[in-house]
Design a binder for this molecule. Structure first.
Ligand code: GN1
Ligand code: MG
Length: 370
């Protein structure tokens, strides 16, 4: 790896001497590393180096283009607002000395370089305080992009949050059952079939002009926010590969299903899985004030349900990948996708029970919304 990273430093003309690297294990798609460089004055500087998964991102140049457009828009807005922290609130996407988005390595691998937010951390352990900060970060991300011309963005993964299509894909692979795994997941399939009403909810609201497309992040796991190491204050939103037109609830729901789960996303002991209502509320508390100038009544009313919808969507995606022979998400153990799917279903069951309480906890935000 060291010689590859040295080569990458050269290709991207990064200043300083390469010292070493660390692997970031949290992603399920791309391979991510932090590299250390020592500058002439003796100080160290870090960069994110990533090998993009080109099976998932079939046009890798497009994800870089989207990220450049979005980060320069945010940078412009923060400058206008004279934000003192602007350098830590948006990442920089580097290009090679030739102006390419990637260094193309062995096996046609695509390597890119992104700035590392100074003195930041992406906390894996989520407290209510961190959730409020994450909510603020993703809410302000949507707000800063509310005047961004969405038609300029490439659709990097078509139908990414098309929950109905995710369900249809699942039924199709279950029908084929190429790996003879369907017999293990009959209960899960039945549960999802019984939840189809949620899957079509956003489309129907959109068709009635009640749910507009906005520019959304679409992958709002808490570890996609960099926080100040000392204060926990939100800084930059990272992992911009899936920034595309979407619904407010896609970001809200995905963030809550991940970070307000009392267990990990792939917990095998389902008795540990449930929705932490205080964490849910903390996220809403950070998120809603940021978007209150743009969000509509219908969008707000659907935030609790968005948690259910996104949890079901992920259950369908993990289960699809299991039935498909595990070709999409990285698996760290046998049946990993099955455990992930079961965990999401357990969470969905709990969320459904808690929906009335989740709605009640949003009542207090009514006043700030048009
Ligand atoms: C993938 O790689 P990561 O963790 O950023 C996936 C998300 C899922 C997530 C589930 C492009 O994200 O949609 O919610 O795994 N990203 C893509 O952990 O499919
Ligand atoms: Mg991602």
């Amino acid at each position: 790896m060291d010689s590859l990273f040295r080569k990458i430093c050269e290709e991207f003309a990064l200043k300083g001497e390469y010292v070493g690297y660390e692997i970031i294990k949290s992603g399920n798609i791309n391979d991510t590393y932090v590299i250390d460089l020592k500058k002439e004055d003796g100080s160290e500087k870090q960069y994110i180096v990533q090998r993009v998964n080109t099976r998932v991102f079939k046009n890798p140049d497009q994800i870089v283009r989207n990220a450049e457009l979005v980060t320069s828009h945010i940078m412009r807005k923060l400058k206008e607002q004279r934000d003192p922290e602007l350098k830590r609130k948006v990442v920089h996407i580097y290009r090679t000395v030739r102006g390419d988005s990637f260094y193309i390595g062995e096996n046609d691998d695509r390597w890119r370089v992104i700035s590392y937010v100074f003195n930041s951390s992406n906390f894996e352990q989520t407290t209510t305080k961190i959730l409020a900060s994450a909510g603020e970060a993703f809410g302000s991300f949507q707000r800063l992009l509310s005047d961004f011309p969405a038609e300029q963005l490439y659709i990097t993964i078509p139908d990414f949050h098309n929950t109905e299509k995710r369900f249809a894909d699942l039924y199709e692979v279950a029908e084929k059952d190429a790996f003879d795994r369907k017999k293990e997941v009959l209960d899960e399939l039945e549960f999802l079939r019984g939840s189809e009403e949620y899957a079509s909810r956003f489309r129907k609201l959109h068709e009635r002009n009640l749910m507009p497309y906005r520019v959304t992040h679409n992958d709002t796991k808490c570890n996609n926010v960099m926080f100040d190491k000392e204060t926990g204050a939100p800084l930059a939103v990272i992992d911009l590969d899936t920034v595309m037109p979407g619904f407010v609830g896609h970001d809200f729901g995905d963030a809550v299903r991940f970070a307000a789960n009392t267990a990990d996303e792939d917990e095998e002991d389902l008795s540990k899985v449930s929705l932490d209502l205080d964490k849910y509320e903390a996220f809403a508390h950070g998120f809603i004030p940021q978007v209150s100038d743009m969000i509509t009544r219908t969008e707000l009313d659907n935030l609790p349900d968005s948690v259910m919808i996104l949890t079901l969507e992920l259950a369908a995606r993990f289960l699809t990948d299991y039935l498909n022979g595990d070709v999409y998400f990285k698996c760290k153990k046998p049946k990993h996708n099955l455990y992930r799917a079961r965990c999401q279903i357990a969470l969905a069951r709990d969320v459904e029970k808690k929906l009335p309480e989740m709605r009640a906890r949003l009542e207090k935000f009514v006043i700030v919304v048009k």
